[in-house]
Design a protein around this ligand. Structure first.
Ligand SMILES: [Zn+2]
Length: 189
């Protein structure tokens, strides 16, 4: 799957909007990314998962680990395609942890899978959960890389597409300066 194919799926499902948006953070952007909107279609989630699996199969993972909630759906699909377990880590008292009886051990070769990597922070935190359980972390995979810096991540990263989503303070927003009306994503136009 080529980067443009991925972006087409995102656009057609409304998971990638282009225009002038006010994000939940209050910042403005010319792009809005909400991967849950593409992953709500199981056939599309399966295709994206298969594409990530094809890029990471050579690493020979024995398990996929994703951070909840955003990584769960794509993690499941990557695990399905690789034929390995798909686990997720979730927050308890602010820290990502394995719950629900999920276990990893020294025999596990773990691939961290997320929908979108922004700074790599949650990726590294998820990797540390696996390492803390004694597993070996092979690398990370995401549908969209929003600009993670692999040197900071200290992990090899595979992404189907790299897409920057620049954000602006409202008083420094070039789109506002052009007089373009700003919309809140999700509101019907
Ligand atoms: Zn603006």
């Amino acid at each position: 799957m080529e980067p443009n194919d991925v972006l087409d799926l995102f656009r057609k499902s409304g998971a990638l909007l282009e225009g002038h948006f006010r994000l939940t953070s209050g910042l403005h952007s010319e792009r809005y990314l909400q991967s849950a909107l593409v992953l709500q279609y199981p056939d599309l989630a399966e295709r994206l998962g298969r594409a990530l699996a094809d890029r990471t199969r050579h690493l020979q993972p024995t398990a996929v680990l994703s951070p909840a909630l955003g990584g769960i759906v794509i993690g499941q699909e990557v695990g399905r395609s690789l034929g390995v377990r798909a686990l997720f880590a979730e927050r308890q008292d602010g820290a990502l942890t394995l719950r629900r009886g999920f276990t990893l051990g020294a025999a596990d070769r773990v691939l961290v899978v997320e929908d979108v990597i922004t700074t790599g922070g949650s990726t590294m935190e998820t990797a540390r959960v696996a390492e803390g359980a004694g597993a070996h972390v092979l690398g990370a995979a995401a549908i969209v890389d929003r600009g993670a810096v692999p040197a900071q991540m200290q992990l090899p990263l595979q992404a189907l597409v790299r897409l920057e989503v620049p954000t602006y303070q409202p008083d420094a927003c070039p789109l506002c300066a052009q007089g373009l009306p700003v919309v809140k994503p999700g509101s019907r136009v």
